[in-house]
Design a protein around this ligand. Structure first.
Ligand code: SF4
Ligand code: SF4
Length: 437
């Protein structure tokens, strides 16, 4: 094993620490155990935050005789961060788990994530062409046929079978081309908001992005920043070099647009996972002072759309709210979206365990389908207890996972992005099932 490809230094509540010092902050008290969805689902100590910290510590000390035994513990972490919120010492388990995965990979990355990074970073036009072709095949029913025949599994890509099942419908057009049809959105000068289109709204749920733009326009001049991948996929599953390169490009492009817009302008995104990653860019550059300073200046200008909602929305049905992990635990946001939902719903009910992960967690639902479904069933049963007809949330992964879970276990309820509910209040668009387009 080699430390090549690891961050090696992490930001913690107690300042910057080496990975070893950061994991050593865990006193093994176990206070976080009941907050951990994988521990609650399995009762297995190894699948708890404490178990994962211990595995990483032993890996770093070279005391694990079979390092691959740690892989299962680390690969099954949802990276939800509920443990870090519960922990008095604020041990950042997701960052530590990612360091453990990088250590086990020795600086490499799976072929699928290398290919995806290559496409998203340097060949976005090719990626869009391939995606459009995949959507055509899906609309023709060939994706489902391939999944039923087990072709994805035969090809060594079982995750694609799960993805095919999760995404029930695909959009007829991507988001960015629609926004580029509006020349006024290209002009940043004097803009209050610069809309950053994360990959989820751009490629899978363009209605969410259109709703967000409408919500922002209702509150000030808005420009379309870009739809460049923020690098989260590479950060979580791939190589840090790709994640850093994505971050540098996003920062460099934003600096010019922010300068044109003025000192009040803020960058707004509408997938809480990507926004949390944008805000965490400085972590990528702890050993590069110039880029660290630029990343910090950039991160100060970034907002999640759930932080800048208008006073009113339209959600006339019994509603509840599910915290995206990366909004709640990654950014500490819980008050604003709740206040908004209370103001616009005739019957808002607080969701029990609202801040517990739904099991979506990026590609987790596709890579660990059984554990993901176990976590999902608990989430859907909590939603059913509220009697909600609509559940609002703010991450692409939650939208897809909850849409899938509701279809399967509680079809009386639908899921919507908070932006869609806010836009419906403006009369801009009706809140819709987030899995449909
Ligand atoms: S992560 Fe925090 S709460 Fe959990 S066992 Fe370690 S010190 Fe205790
Ligand atoms: S990040 Fe989530 S799944 Fe991972 S150890 Fe913490 S609570 Fe458990």
């Amino acid at each position: 094993m080699s430390a090549k490809g690891m961050l090696r230094r992490l930001r913690t509540e107690l300042g910057e620490k080496s990975t070893y010092d950061a994991v050593s902050q865990c006193s093994r008290c176990g206070y976080c155990e009941q907050a951990c969805p994988t521990y609650v689902a399995t009762g297995e100590e190894g699948l708890s935050p404490r178990g994962r910290n211990q595995a990483l510590r032993l890996l770093l000390e070279g005391k694990l005789k079979e390092p691959q035994t740690a892989a299962r513990l680390l690969d099954t972490c949802l990276l939800c961060g509920a443990c870090a919120t519960a922990c008095y010492a604020h041990v950042r388990v997701p960052d530590l788990v990612l360091e453990g995965r990088r250590l086990l990979r020795g600086g490499g990355a799976p072929a699928a994530s290398r290919l995806l990074s290559w496409l998203l970073l340097d060949h976005p036009g090719l990626f869009e062409g391939l995606l459009r072709a995949a959507y055509l095949l899906k609309r023709a029913g060939l994706g489902r046929l391939a999944a039923r025949l087990g072709l994805f599994r035969l090809a060594g890509l079982p995750g694609l079978a799960a993805a095919e099942e999760h995404v029930s419908e695909v959009p007829s057009e991507l988001l960015a081309p629609r926004l580029r049809e509006r020349p006024e959105l290209a002009d940043s000068s004097g803009a209050r908001w610069l809309y950053f289109a994360p990959c989820g709204p751009n490629f899978v749920l363009p209605k969410v992005g259109l709703a967000t733009v409408a919500v922002l326009e209702s509150q000030g001049r808005t420009a379309f920043l870009n739809n460049r991948c923020c690098g989260l996929l590479a950060y979580n599953y791939g190589e840090l070099s790709s994640a850093r390169e994505s971050a540098r490009r996003v920062i460099a492009e934003s600096e010019a647009r922010l300068a044109a817009a003025g000192p009040e302008a803020e960058i707004v995104g509408d997938c809480s996972s990507c926004v949390a990653h944008l805000k965490a860019y400085p972590q990528l550059f702890l050993e590069e002072p110039e880029w660290k300073a630029r990343a910090e200046a950039f991160a100060r200008r970034v907002r999640d759309v759930v932080e800048v909602l208008p006073a009113e929305g339209a959600c006339g049905e019994n509603a509840t709210y599910h915290d995206s992990c990366r909004a709640r635990h990654g950014q500490g946001i819980s008050k604003e979206p709740r206040e908004f939902m209370r103001s616009c719903s005739r019957g808002f009910t607080e969701l029990p365990e609202a801040d517990a992960c739904c099991g979506g967690a990026g590609a987790f639902a596709f890579l660990q389908p059984e554990l993901s479904d176990e976590v999902l069933r608990r989430k859907i049963s909590r939603i059913a207890e509220t009697g909600a007809k609509v559940v609002a949330t703010s991450s692409t992964s939650c939208l897809l996972q909850l849409a899938h879970g509701l279809r399967k276990y509680y079809p009386e309820c639908r899921v919507a992005h908070v932006s869609e509910i806010a836009a419906a209040g403006l009369g801009a668009t009706a809140p819709r099932h987030a899995g449909k387009e």
